[in-house]
Ligand binder design. Structure first.
Ligand SMILES: Cc1cc2nc3c(=O)[nH]c(=O)nc-3n(C[C@H](O)[C@H](O)[C@H](O)COP(=O)(O)OP(=O)(O)OC[C@H]3O[C@@H](n4cnc5c(N)ncnc54)[C@H](O)[C@@H]3O)c2cc1C
Ligand code: FES
Ligand code: FES
Length: 535
């Protein structure tokens, strides 16, 4: 037993043992969840679940009881509570606030049901009854969808405002809803569009409004054994526009306050509106008084200010690590005003904001058959790392980063925060940058991994690596491998990025030494050189 409460927590290592099941179909996933009942937990992108597990107390430790401080919540979500309730947790465990593996007795370990490779749950599709989004669709895909930017702008803006590019690549829309955080970015936007969620469980399929799923901080009404499979956005009526705004401490952070607004206009009047605000209550708050101030007339500056004022009075924020109650009220006033004005202007403007590029959806390598690995059993996996095939045996709780560093001795990728916040561990998995500290090695089975060691060929640095040297884009160098792997992807996606695009893309990669200016210069220099050489 630990003498000090924090000794076994906050190690940011995944110390808990758990059984791992990777079903090959939704039916198998439902059966696996049903078989384990409350002892099972769904894993999608893992950006909430694995962080919560790392921050939770191992069973039997001094801190294993679920005090408000030990509920395995992500520090990013502490505020998420913004509810006035001291026991509020932005913790995962979707639904049912099931215990996390960390709080589970060692002799009866939890089961993690990995749905990340289930077929048919990714993608955005327009049909006659609306736009359907698979629950495993990544946040990044939402942020790059031309369809969403055009018809559901607030949702695209919410996805683009997400904490970090890697987290947006790994995190799913289903996980964002099921996590139950009042600070979720996509949920306010889904609510203004009156989105419906389809869930499949032991009793079959049901469809409910996303709003009906929300219960409180870290809690949803997703029933035990249910999987959220898709979300449907009704087609917007003509004259409808929307906007989303977020205020956070730094770009790569959860919201102090976020606001989504939808406005429908006929002639010169607002015929209907919906305003949803995040991080200012136990769950997303609908600002009905603000809505009432808007409907019926043309929107004027005075009406927009009144809406902001009304909204700031009908929320129930609290003081927490991210903000004070008073500041949240002021921010709500400003954000509601600004987003209402913006949504109204968009009903008239020819050019709606468009940043979509319909980037390819993360490749999901389908699973041939269900895999089951007991908590103390090792699974045989294969990983192709920098072109070399490795056959390995891993426990379910081994992380990709640890396998790369400790088993394959590829120590270029660094261990920084361990909870998704610094980007030092960034490697590519199947062509996308991911955070090695939040990927189960067993889940990456069969994957193609690229690390910094695979960049230079025959001792010859890449142009990007050379530019980092030429521009003095590092000092201690600890963040550099992650920066390089991320910058390489940036230049693959945008061949001539602006400074703002670079800073936004790298918002999840922290450097404590350089001040970033030299990193931006190095990326510009590489882009210029590539342009020159192709002339
Ligand atoms: C550094 C960092 C920055 C972040 N920034 C933001 C941000 O800016 N905005 C924001 O909103 N969030 C942010 N998050 C939180 C997180 O990334 C999102 O909530 C993400 O969408 C979760 O998706 P996931 O697939 O990773 O979920 P997971 O971690 O896999 O799952 C989360 C929870 O939902 C359950 N679950 C997942 N999928 C399903 C499903 N299909 N059916 C039923 N239950 C399911 C899981 O059991 C778990 O309880 C951040 C997280 C980190 C680590
Ligand atoms: S993000 Fe993985 S170590 Fe910091
Ligand atoms: S160079 Fe030291 S942390 Fe970036």
């Amino acid at each position: 037993m630990c003498e000090h409460e924090n000794q076994m927590r906050n190690t940011h290592l995944l110390t808990q043992r758990f059984k791992y099941v990777r079903p090959a179909s939704v039916e198998e996933a439902v059966a696996a969840l049903a078989a384990r009942g409350e002892n099972a937990c769904i894993l999608a992108g893992g950006t909430n679940l694995l962080v919560d597990m790392k921050l939770s107390s191992p069973a039997g430790s001094a801190s294993s009881s679920r005090t408000p401080e030990s509920q395995g919540r992500h520090p990013k979500d502490e505020h998420a509570s913004a509810s006035g309730s001291s026991s509020a947790s932005g913790s995962s465990s979707a639904s049912r606030t099931a215990e996390l593996p960390g709080q589970h007795p060692v002799d009866d370990p939890m089961t993690i049901v990995d749905i990340s490779r289930l077929p048919g749950l990714c993608g955005i599709e327009e049909r006659r009854d609306g736009v359907h989004i698979g629950a495993l669709t990544s946040i990044r895909t939402l942020a790059r969808s031309e369809l969403l930017w055009t018809k559901y702008t607030a949702l695209a803006e919410a996805a683009a405002a997400f904490g970090s590019t890697q987290v947006a690549i790994m995190g799913t829309i289903g996980g964002n809803i099921a996590n139950g955080s009042p600070a979720s970015d996509t949920v306010p936007a889904l609510l203004v569009f009156e989105a419906a969620a389809t869930l499949v469980g032991p009793e079959g399929e049901r469809t409910v409004s996303v709003g009906d799923l929300l219960e409180g901080p870290g809690k949803t009404r997703i029933r035990p054994g249910e999987i959220l499979t898709s979300i449907r956005l009704p087609l917007p009526t003509a004259g409808t526009s929307s906007a989303f705004l977020k205020l956070s401490r730094v770009r790569a952070d959860l919201a102090k306050v976020n606001v989504a607004v939808r406005i429908a206009r006929e002639g010169d009047s607002v015929t209907s509106t919906r305003i949803e605000i995040g991080s200012v209550g136990p769950t997303i708050v609908r600002a009905r008084n603000a809505e009432n101030t808007i409907v019926g007339d043309a929107l004027t500056e005075e009406i927009a200010l009144n809406a902001g004022r009304a909204a700031s009075e009908e929320i129930t924020p609290i003081d927490d690590v991210r903000s004070t109650e008073a500041y949240r009220r002021k921010a709500t006033f400003a954000l509601v005003h600004d987003s209402v004005v913006s949504a109204w202007q968009r009903t008239t403007e020819e050019a709606r904001p468009s940043r979509g590029s319909n980037g390819a959806e993360r490749s999901v390598s389908p699973v041939g058959e269900q895999t089951e690995v007991d908590a103390n059993e090792k699974a045989a996996i294969s990983l192709t790392v920098n072109g070399v095939l490795h056959e390995l045996e891993v426990l379910p709780n081994e992380l990709l980063l640890n396998v790369l560093r400790e088993r394959l001795e590829l120590t270029g990728s660094k261990y920084g925060c361990g909870i998704g916040e610094c980007g030092a561990c960034t490697v590519w998995l199947n062509g996308e940058p991911v955070l090695g500290c939040l990927v189960l090695a067993v889940s990456a089975d069969g994957g193609d991994v690229r690390t910094i060691e695979g960049e230079a060929q025959d001792g010859q640095l890449t142009a990007l690596q050379q530019a980092f040297i030429d521009e003095n884009a590092f000092q201690c160098g600890y963040c550099t491998p992650g920066m390089l792997m991320m910058s390489k992807k940036l230049l693959e996606e945008i061949d001539d990025p602006t400074e703002d695009e670079i800073r936004d893309y790298l918002k999840g990669n922290h450097c404590r030494c350089t001040g970033y200016a030299s990193i931006v210069r190095a990326i510009h220099r590489t882009a210029e050189a590539t342009k020159e050489s192709s002339r």
